[in-house]
Ligand binder design. Sequence first.
Ligand code: SF4
Ligand code: SF4
Length: 135
Amino acid sequence: MVVNRIVLRFSPPLVEQPIIYRLVKDYDLIINILKADINPHKEGFVVLEISGDSENYNRGLDYLRSVGVEIEPLSGTIHWNRERCLQCGACTTFCPTGALYLTRPEMEVHFDGSKCIVCESCLDVCVARAVEVRF
Ligand code: SF4
Ligand code: SF4
């Protein structure tokens, strides 16, 4: 059994093909789409968590490469600096997984690294530079 998080990058001709569907149907993989930016006729990417039998997983990745999808491992980890954080909450509205989140009614910002998919959406919105990627 393999569980892995990867980034797939699609060229414009690939964006409209049912590639994720094929991973599920032909390779019996369980796909959790963590983040996606796909637009017709443009390059796109998806961040996936893929799980399944290891042989199927490798065959599935071979299939992706054979059709021209670029595969990147999700690398690095996000470090949240509590002392630098201004508690403005801006990052929590951009975080797709709830890794950066607000508790109520205190309205305090917290970080749960186990939920972070290193999509880096929080980096640009943090004026205090309280979040950074570490490799
Ligand atoms: S990189 Fe930032 S926005 Fe993306 S999941 Fe991790 S904490 Fe959330
Ligand atoms: S955007 Fe930065 S300063 Fe604002 S709550 Fe998030 S980590 Fe803290």
